[in-house]
Design a binder for this molecule. Structure first.
Ligand code: ADP
Ligand code: MG
Length: 729
């Protein structure tokens, strides 16, 4: 085993950069060439079909059989010309990642040959053999099978030789078994509710669309080093490993030059992204060594999320050509910053207005304030839910660990916006709102300064920060499906905007003018949502106490966080917005608990195995080296000198023995804790047991092993150390 560590280290450090495959063309020449986008559709579809399909996409209207058939024919022709031989329905099951089952296009042609077939029926609906995808018991209970159905709003694309068709994944009884379906429903609900609120301010808005711009952080590790670490290979994180003497203290990685090997990887990754129509824009080093970030231009929420899912799989593919492994885990290395996935979220109208952008006119500014205040209310009312939406076994390592947002969801607005809200709250209506001659409502006082966009005093410790023309939800983990958080946020906002309208209308029915009603409701909301506004240091202990006093959700146990999905007000919110029904929420929680259990279970097993079969034998072997040394010392020296010279090896032997026995005992206890937990049938209780009684051993065993790493002869240590894993040359 020890040879494999040094082999791996040697291979990794001698590795030369692999040149990226670069098309010698401008990006605009090949951008989207693997996507059945509007340009391709125009070319491969008849004028009538093209019109019908684009209209359905824009308006969300159903597509009839005939049209689907024509689209499939065009799509097939396009895909075959691009060299595709297979097709698949691409979907996003409740485990992270995407799923697909590839079928070849070929069919018998009836005369001994083959013909490529792809009908409208195959495009529109398929039945993946999905019994192994988690459904939280939905399919068992209702004896319904799952099927995948085409989402025409996200264009089909080709990866390698396969045409991939973005689909939703649903049970025959209609329940969503994926992230995409409820995400689409939440986008619809929010679009409608936001449009109605826009109507208070101006005419002509027909739809509002949520936008998403994600920022994906990740680590790269050499593939041989990865293979020499069973914990990385099996759990995507290191369960053992003492901090390197040098890691991120100097911040030199953040501003440093990107190593050549990584540059070539990034170059190729970006080219692949462009071919797939993923508009990646920025790349840079992150704080930790070997950590990097990639961010695209923002897009409509559903498409942006598909692109993030696709990016994660493209990353894996491209990295292997460069002999890297991409780690998407939130916390691959202890003592080194973890990886998140910031979600920049904004709302845009079909008339081109960003509702979170303070405008030049006073009308725009009152609408802006209305949307900001409603967002605060949504974050306040659905505080625990938003946290649950980003919670996972792997993200738990990041949250509250002084590097990522704390396990409390608050919102940072910055000085200007805070002052404007305070001023609004303390103004009389004559000062706060004016009505112009066209009866349009406008903000009564001054301009909102325009410097917001490059507002640099952005508070990095805030999980939900206003950043000039959008909110940045920063609590997501790097491996997550953004859909989880986005559907919760969209639905919460939709529900809040519906409430705003109800509240305004209630006052109007009681005889108040529109401006009076809007004014009063906003004022009430500004007051009510105050607990969620926090511009201070989110990492401080004082904030935890303060947040508790303010009544914000401070729970940090992942299995308990999921309870937020089943609170009566949350179920009501999801049902009223038609995003998820109680039955679906219950089933999805079962899946979440189960995934949590499995993750901890696997980590516990791997750590047990590593400790007992990799580490302890080596520690004992080193112990016997020490014992042998002592015997030899005894032969060579007189009693007095011997006892002096043998003091150190004796001390080390004792320490090693202590750690070895602690590890052995704790591994036994951990196995016992798992056995106990496995007897529990209720998934929620079982997940709690795993969290409370199994997971703590992962840390305590590790502490002892990491101490051993410092004592045992470096030459004997079987696993690549942090300093070897973390610095790509
Ligand atoms: P930073 O790291 O400083 O937050 P980045 O440039 O890395 O900034 O990322 C900014 C992200 O915000 C990008 O994904 C970008 O597309 C996105 N973004 C910019 N404007 C908007 C907007 N109006 N709505 C949604 N996302 C946006
Ligand atoms: Mg960034």
């Amino acid at each position: 085993m020890s040879t494999s560590r040094f082999n791996a280290v040697e291979k990794a450090s001698n590795r030369k950069a692999v040149e990226a495959i670069v098309p010698h063309q401008k990006v605009s020449c090949y951008y989207g060439e693997h996507v059945f986008n509007r340009i391709a559709m125009k070319k491969y579809l008849s004028k009538e079909t093209y019109q019908a399909i684009t209209q359905s996409i824009d308006k969300g209207t159903p597509i009839d059989r005939e049209i689907a058939h024509h689209v499939a024919a065009g799509m097939r022709m396009w895909a075959l010309e691009k060299g595709a031989t297979h097709y698949t329905h691409w979907f996003q099951p409740l485990t992270d990642g995407t799923a697909e089952k590839h079928d070849a296009f070929i069919e018998h042609d009836g005369s001994g040959g083959a013909i490529e077939e792809f009908s409208g029926k195959l495009l529109v609906q398929q039945e993946p053999d999905a019994s192994s995808f988690p459904s939280g018991g939905l399919r068992n209970t209702f004896e319904a099978r799952g099927y995948s159905a085409w989402d025409p709003s996200s264009p089909a694309f080709i990866v390698d030789d396969t045409l991939c068709i973005p689909t939703v994944f649903i049970a025959y009884t209609g329940e969503a078994l994926d992230y995409k379906m409820p995400l689409i429903r939440s986008i619809e609900a929010l679009g409608k509710a936001a449009k109605e609120v826009c109507d208070y301010f101006e005419e002509g808005v027909n739809n509002v669309i949520p936008y998403l711009g994600w920022e994906q952080e990740y680590f790269l590790v050499d593939e041989d080093l990865y293979a020499a670490r069973p914990d990385l290979s099996l759990t995507d994180r290191t369960l053992l490993g003492h901090e390197s003497a040098k890691n991120q203290q100097l911040d030199d990685h953040y501003f440093g030059a990107i190593p050549l090997r990584v540059q070539e990887f990034m170059k190729e990754l970006e080219i692949e992204c462009y071919k797939l129509g993923i508009p990646v824009k920025t790349r840079h080093n992150e704080v930790a060594p070997n950590q990097f970030e990639l961010a695209p231009i923002y897009e409509e929420c559903n498409l942006a999320n598909d692109h993030n899912q696709l990016l994660m799989s493209v990353m894996k593919r491209v990295s292997s050509r460069h002999s890297f492994r991409v780690l998407l885990h939130e916390k691959p290395f202890m003592g080194v910053n973890g990886s998140g996935k910031h979600c920049n979220w904004s709302l845009g109208t079909d008339t081109g207005i960003n509702l979170f952008s303070p405008g030049k006119d006073r009308e725009d500014n009152l609408r802006f304030i209305t949307f900001v205040v409603n967002t605060l209310m949504a974050v306040y009312r659905f505080n625990a839910l938003l946290k649950a939406s980003i919670a996972s076994a792997s993200n738990a390592h990041r949250l509250g660990a002084n590097e990522a947002p704390p396990a409390i969801i608050s919102s940072f607005l910055g000085k200007q916006i805070s002052e404007i809200l305070d001023r609004f709250e303390n103004s009389a209506i004559e000062d706060a709102i004016v009505v112009d001659d066209k009866k349009r409502l406008a903000l009564g006082f001054g301009q909102i300064p325009e410097l917001l966009l490059d507002n640099t005093d952005r508070n990095r410790t805030s999980p939900f920060a206003f950043t000039g023309n959008r909110f940045e939800f920063r609590a997501l983990g790097s491996s997550a499906n953004c859909g989880s958080a986005m559907l919760a946020l969209n639905a919460a906002m939709a529900c809040q905007l519906q409430q705003f309208k109800k509240d305004v209308e209630a006052l109007r029915s009681a005889g108040k003018s529109k401006e009076q009603a809007v004014f009063e409701v906003l004022k009430t909301y500004i007051k009510a949502s105050k607990p969620v506004r926090f511009d201070g240091n989110g990492y401080s202990e004082a904030w935890k106490e303060e947040a508790l006093r303010r009544g914000l959700d401070c729970e940090s146990s992942v299995p308990l966080l999921y309870d937020a999905y089943l609170k009566p007000e949350v179920i009501r919110m999801f049902e009223e917005t038609n995003v998820l029904k109680r039955k679906e929420l219950e089933a999805r929680n079962e899946v979440k608990w189960e995934v949590y259990i499995k993750k901890i279970q696997i980590e516990a097993r791997v750590l047990g195995d590593l400790s007992l079969n990799h580490i302890i034998p080596v520690a004992i072997r080193y112990q016997s080296v020490l014992l042998k040394t002592m015997t030899e010392l005894k032969i060579a020296f007189e009693e007095e000198e011997y006892s002096e010279l043998s003091a150190e090896p004796r001390r080390l032997t004792r320490q090693i023995a202590n750690h070895v026995s602690a590890v052995t005992r704790m591994v036994d206890e951990m196995v016992e804790a798992r056995k106990q937990a496995n007897r529990i049938t209720n998934l929620r209780s079982k997940a709690i047991a795993y969290h409370d009684t199994v997971a703590p051993y992962l840390d305590s065993i590790r502490r002892h092993v990491d101490e051993l790493e410092l004592m045992v002869d470096n030459q004997m240590w079987p696993l690549p150390k942090y300093r070897e894993l973390l610095f790509i040359r």
